[in-house]
Design a protein around this ligand. Structure first.
Ligand SMILES: [Mn+2]
Length: 321
């Protein structure tokens, strides 16, 4: 089976190229750092790639400085690992270039993964890619240490929203518990990775909450961030991470939406659901994807137009319920 094949490649190979998605989250960064360090500790050579930009909340992770965002096509790799990417394009500008490294190994947990690898290890039942990396490290007999444990813990913690999203499984808790056995301190990690708010982030939150609007009899809660709001708060896009949870917290809201202006007439929608709507399905109508409870897509057009298009489609999902 594919898990064993990949474990064999890790055991027998000597040089590996590891990449994860641009605009990375804790799972994308934690997973490459964990696998990278485990391979290196066992005497292998690794190149860690992420197009970035890496959010401040993750810059304290050990080994973060080893992640490069430029690439010279060096040959002689035994495999190219792509982690936490539903499709190869998620790697970013380098994706086409990098896809020449063979075999291309796709490790992911997004339901709508396009199976772009020569080997595909895609398990939508896993909370995070960090969980799969943990399995592979065990199976390939790679070493563990505190740095690796912290990276795996961060991958699971961030993708489960601190062990409370509905992808939080017994397995997720079990592995996190194991990581505590390696010396991970959840309080210290959480202060850096989950808290660590800056004043500009709080200012941006203040103005964002004022934009809240409701549709579909309160079942859709929507907030918006424009470029101008970012400028005014002196904030950047990373500062709005997890803001989409605020409308989701409200009772009666089934779909929470954050619309962000990326540039003029170009918007990114982040979607969350509470109970039964599959937002990955909803996002796929606009060329996006993700998970049942968390998904995203981008759209060109005026704010009023793209918002209305989205609300019309969301409305269809509620018909009959
Ligand atoms: Mn993930």
């Amino acid at each position: 089976m594919v898990l064993n094949n990949i474990a064999d490649i890790l055991k027998n190979g000597e040089r590996f190229f590891l990449a994860s998605h641009k605009d990375p989250d804790g799972d994308a960064i934690g997973s490459i750092l964990a696998l990278g360090e485990a391979l290196e500790l066992s005497g292998k050579e690794v190149v860690l790639f992420n197009e970035g930009p890496i959010p401040d909340s993750l810059t304290s992770l050990k080994g973060i400085e080893r992640i490069i965002n430029n690439f010279n096509t060096k040959s002689g790799f035994d495999a190219f690992f792509v982690l936490d990417c539903g499709n190869l394009e998620r790697v970013g500008r380098a994706s086409l270039h990098l896809s020449k490294i063979k075999p291309l190994i796709n490790i992911d947990h997004h339901e709508n993964n396009s199976q772009f690898g020569d080997l595909n290890l895609v398990d939508a039942n896993k909370s995070s890619v960090g969980e799969i990396i943990y399995q592979l490290i065990k199976l390939a007999d790679l070493p563990m240490n505190l740095n690796i444990a912290e990276s795996i813990f961060v991958a699971i913690q961030t993708d489960t929203g601190s062990f409370r999203f509905d992808n939080t499984t017994r397995e997720a808790f079990f592995i996190a518990g194991e990581m505590l056995g390696w010396g991970v301190n959840p309080w210290k990690i959480s202060r850096k990775v989950m808290d660590g708010y800056t004043l500009k982030k709080l200012r941006l939150l203040e103005s964002t909450l004022k934009t809240i609007e409701f549709h579909n009899a309160g079942k859709v809660g929507l907030i918006t961030i424009t470029k101008q709001m970012l400028l005014k708060a002196k904030a950047d896009n990373f500062d709005s991470e997890r803001f989409v949870d605020y409308p989701r917290f409200i009772s009666g809201v089934e779909i929470a939406v954050l619309i962000r202006e990326i540039k003029k007439d170009y918007y990114k929608f982040s979607l969350r659901s509470n109970d039964w709507i599959n937002v990955a399905d909803l996002a796929s109508h606009f060329g996006g994807g993700g998970h049942q409870r968390a998904a995203a897509f981008t759209r060109k057009g005026s704010l009023e137009l793209v918002k209305q298009e989205f609300l019309n489609k969301a409305h269809e999902f509620f018909i009959g319920h």
